[in-house]
Write a new protein. Sequence first.
Lengths: 143, 129
Amino acid sequence: MPRFCLLPIRLPRFHLRRSGLSSPLLAPAPISISLPGEGERRSPPSSCCFLLFFSYFKELVGKEVTVELKNDLAIRGTLHSVDQYLNIKLENTRVVDQDKYPHMLSVRNCFIRGSVVRYVLLPQDGVDIDILHDATRREARGG
Amino acid sequence: MSSWAGPDEIFLSTSLAGFLDKKLIVLLRDGRKLLGTLCSFDQFANVVLQGACERVIVGELYCDVPLGLYVIRGENVVLIGELDREKDELPAHMTCVSEAEIRKAEKAEREARDLKGSMRKRMEFLDFD
């Protein structure tokens, strides 16, 4: 069986708009994933918790978040999309400490590589603890 | 299924396809800022920049040092930002200077920093707490 068939949650390819809390987190786990043209070269990380957070971030699309990077640059913007590596695209961005980073003045849309993110600061109502809790238990039990 | 997304999908996805042929600023892990037009990319965020230049900023001075065609390995990429054509790229109070001048300013700043560091070291020696 190919390695990437073991992932517990189907990734809807461009399922990015908010669609009610019940969808990806609570979906019964079908077992197939087909990412077009990716093959084995960079197979997505296969940890189930990782996909839990991918699903979780997809629920946050359209909300205002602040992303703090490992180089201390903090950017606030509307979450446009996120992918399985937790790369993030932001819209209407503004840098929190603008004076320190003058080169970011005219950047309105940006792509942030997942590997350089330190924190994502969420909106107050961004997390439904109960649902996350349930989904985590479900994942820990192995689907 | 083809890996090339259709026009709608480009704008909804996290892929860099929507940035193709746009003028971008790429921040690297070592703090450098490269400007250029995106020619190509892949899933690692390896990118190819056409007409790349490095924007060196020292205090209120800046300089765009021309570099040419650049292939950047994805692991060094921190952020890729689209430059808004309508907005000023830099605050109005900043002045563009020649490459020689910016190098001189860089050197002066580095020396000032080193001096400060060595002063602090000597102060630590005196500090018996």
